[in-house]
Design a protein around this ligand. Structure first.
Ligand SMILES: [Zn+2]
Length: 161
């Protein structure tokens, strides 16, 4: 039995967080391949096997976010996914429609929160944000996320207006 949470915690202390490293240490297969234009990623789970697929046509920042989102589904929702496949459409569309189920919008919110917490840890952001410099690009680089994602995260944490 792998101690999943201690693996995640160990990786989470080093920025940018090596999401693919976590996935592979958890013995999940990780694949990047071209997918349909509106698709960001997919998780296929059939206990004990899991494959996370990420659309190789998307930017590296988005691929990292998608991988973290799918990892969140694995850690939080795999009981619901057993024997099934879950496809994620573009998160910019709010992740509202996932016609391939079997998860609900609240599960998407949870997976997005997991991904944000993992890639942009609140403690690190509080420690490194400098209001005088407004060093958002530097922090986005540090976390391997887009500047837009970092701005949203800093705002939601109340660190930056
Ligand atoms: Zn999802």
């Amino acid at each position: 039995m792998i101690d999943e949470m201690s693996i995640v915690k160990d990786y989470a202390s080093r920025l940018p967080v090596d999401v693919v490293g976590i996935i592979q240490d958890l013995r999940i297969d990780y694949v990047e391949q071209p997918m349909a234009k509106e698709s960001s990623g997919r998780i296929d789970y059939s206990d004990p096997f899991c494959t996370i697929t990420v659309n190789s046509n998307e930017s590296s920042q988005r691929r990292r976010f998608t991988a973290a989102h799918e990892l969140g589904h694995y850690l939080l929702h795999r009981d619901l996914l057993d024997g099934k496949q879950h496809l994620d459409r573009l998160f910019s569309q709010g992740g509202r429609d996932n016609p391939y189920g079997p998860l609900s919008p609240s599960h998407e919110v949870q997976a997005n929160k997991f991904a944000a917490d993992l890639l942009m840890p609140a403690g690190s952001l509080r420690a490194k944000y400098n209001a005088d410099l407004d060093n958002v690009p530097e922090m986005a680089e540090l976390c391997g996320v887009s500047v837009a994602a970092m701005k949203i995260r800093l705002k939601s944490l109340g660190i930056r207006a």
